[in-house]
Design a binder for this molecule. Structure first.
Ligand code: EPS
Length: 388
């Protein structure tokens, strides 16, 4: 399975194409719209989300509620486009019109300046429009399709926010995916610790008032993962490596860890490795899950536990110093409308990226032209691993 996304933040619409899905996966608009809505929410979002109501239109690959095995195309309209028709229009415009909403003062931490130099853009908006996190809409749409496929195969996942701007929640030990989902869904900041939610909100409010932004840490947990997705045999076949790249590719993410993660550097081996046990009902399992579900780049049957760190959004209402690309004089960076914190939304994106990578690994491992055959294959394999 491979996929592409396309679209500018204030252009007419966003598009995604997924190639390589099996035929016969049940899928509805509601599966995707539900996830799109989750991404649009979260405390700390800015004015743009009041304009958009993201909903999907399928334009290929789906018939009578099931995938066809042909490329699946999804489209989401940008409602804000009506306010940007000239600025983002496809027809050539005169020099005066070109200056409208032109960006010449790059924002530190955003793609503006580097992209401008790389692509030789006179107007840095040409970079902003694609580097905007608006693009993650389509990743969530693709993730929704993958979630549905995984669910049918007995794989479930959920994400939650661990930390916003240094305010940390307490996470109970061994929470199931169902528990994480229930608690995170009930929280405006997607935090499973209700006592900490008001503190996180307060931090977001204070930050917004100060014209600043804050980042945070999100975690995704996947259950029902078969043993042996990914492979130890080649560096780029390791599934933890692929998931790490997928998380790092989310706008503003700067780091990834699995299980105890960076803490592994400070612990003795006896507190990092997960002891192996066996019983007839479950086959092999581990007494603990410090390694986050991976050994040798392969899933070991324990839940996948992955975390990602998001930096604060670079667009600040009290802007930092920058340089005007026309005059080369110091200037305060341009202020675009922004979110003071998008960590709860980024958590939904992280879920999508993990779902995509796990679904890809399942499709690589199991015969997947027909979904009915794939399901049988997965069931046989689960049976085999239980008896090994
Ligand atoms: C973003 C800036 C804001 C965010 C946007 C990401 O958009 P605008 O410039 O239109 O106000 O709201 O996120 C989304 C539109 C979205 O759908 O998540 C940026 O510069 O990255």
């Amino acid at each position: 399975m491979r996929y592409f996304t396309a679209g500018e933040s204030h252009g007419p619409e966003l598009t995604a194409i997924i190639d390589g899905l099996p035929a016969g996966v049940p899928l509805s608009e509601e599966d995707v719209n539900h996830e799109l809505k989750r991404r649009q929410g979260g405390y700390g979002r800015g004015g743009r989300m009041l304009i958009e109501t993201d909903t999907v239109t399928f334009t290929s690959g789906l018939r009578h509620g099931e995938t066809l095995g042909s490329p699946l195309t999804m489209v989401v309209k940008n409602d804000d486009f009506k306010n940007w028709q000239t600025v983002m229009g496809i027809e050539p415009v005169d020099e005066r019109a070109k200056l409208k909403r032109r960006l010449s003062k790059p924002r530190p931490g955003h793609a503006d300046l580097v992209g401008g130099i790389k692509y030789q853009h006179d107007d840095l908006r040409n970079v902003l429009e694609r580097s905007s996190a608006r693009e993650t809409t389509m990743r969530v749409a693709i993730g929704a399709v993958c979630k549905r496929l995984l669910k049918e195969l007995g794989v479930e996942l959920a994400g939650h926010v661990l930390e916003i701007g240094g305010v940390k929640g307490t996470v109970p030990d061994k929470m199931t995916v169902a528990e994480i989902r229930e608690r995170a869904e009930a929280s405006a900041v997607r935090c499973v610790d209700p006592a900490v939610e008001p503190l996180m909100k307060q931090k977001i409010d204070e930050t917004k008032k100060a014209g600043n932004t804050i980042g945070g840490v999100v975690e995704v947990v996947v259950e029902g993962v078969p043993v042996g997705l990914g492979s130890h045999t080649q560096w780029d076949a390791k599934l933890d490596g692929k998931i790490a790249q997928a998380i790092m590719s989310i706008n503003a993410f700067k780091g990834v860890e699995f299980g105890v993660g960076f803490e592994a550097a400070r612990l003795p081996g006896s507190e990092v490795m997960d002891e192996i046990v066996w019983d007839e009902a479950t086959g092999y399992s581990r007494k603990s899950n410090h390694l986050g579900g991976f050994e040798g780049g392969m899933t070991n049957g324990m839940p996948i536990v992955v975390r990602g760190v998001m930096k604060p959004i670079p667009t600040l209402y009290k802007p930092l110093q920058s340089v005007d690309i026309d005059t080369k004089k110091p200037y305060k960076a341009s202020v675009e409308r922004s979110d003071s914190s998008a960590v709860p939304a980024a958590c939904v994106v992280a879920e999508a990226m993990v779902a995509i990578e796990v679904a890809k690994a399942m499709l690589d491992k199991f015969e997947s032209d027909s979904f009915a055959r794939m399901k049988n294959n997965v069931a046989d394999y689960r049976d085999y691993t239980l008896r090994f």
